[in-house]
Write a protein that binds this ligand. Structure first.
Ligand SMILES: [Fe+2]
Length: 174
């Protein structure tokens, strides 16, 4: 008998995200959360690829790239948490499985066989550019809803991805 009200209130909390009243409509919150889920999947995929390359890089640039990739995967690892928690703040569930990330990500999975060092750099340039495109594509929905925290997060992520893409791209020049 005592269990019923507890179960009912827990169920209603989970089944009614519309009870959130932060000034963003349910439809806009859903659209932004769906976009942020893609950004989370892209970021996690790029994190894993960068860590993979930190482990498997070889050749005369080993020291430079091994160290550079560590700084980059650490930054990406730290970035996934605020993205996921923004999704939660909008009343939605954050994806967090390899199956979901594979389905949501616009980036390819890391190659099974380690590429040559400069091919790793090329793959990471394309990865950072891809995440930047995903982040940029969300601004229309975020601006429409006056979702400033999401806009701020997207701006920070764009700055990092565009700067990292430039630094990696510079390694490919003569
Ligand atoms: Fe390490």
């Amino acid at each position: 008998m005592a269990k019923k009200p507890v179960a009912k209130s827990a169920a209603s909390t989970h089944s009614k995200p519309s009870s959130i009243n932060i000034g963003i409509s349910e439809k806009d919150r859903a659209a932004i959360a769906a976009g942020l889920s893609k950004l989370l999947a892209d970021t996690y995929t790029l994190y894993l690829t960068t860590h993979n390359f930190h482990w498997n890089v070889t050749g005369p640039m080993f020291n430079t790239l091994h160290t550079m990739f560590m700084a980059q995967y650490t930054e990406l690892w730290n970035a996934v948490d605020p993205i996921a928690e923004r999704i939660r703040s909008l009343g939605h569930v954050a994806p967090g499985s390899y199956a979901q990330f594979a389905q949501l990500s616009s980036l390819p999975d890391a190659p099974t066989q380690p590429p040559k060092a400069l091919d790793m750099v090329r793959i990471l340039v394309e990865g950072h550019e891809g995440v930047a495109r995903t982040a940029r594509s969300l601004f229309a929905a975020v601006d429409k809803a006056s979702d400033e925290p999401s806009a701020d997060l997207l701006t920070q992520r764009l700055t990092v991805h565009e700067q990292t893409a430039w630094m990696l791209r510079s390694l490919l020049e003569d």
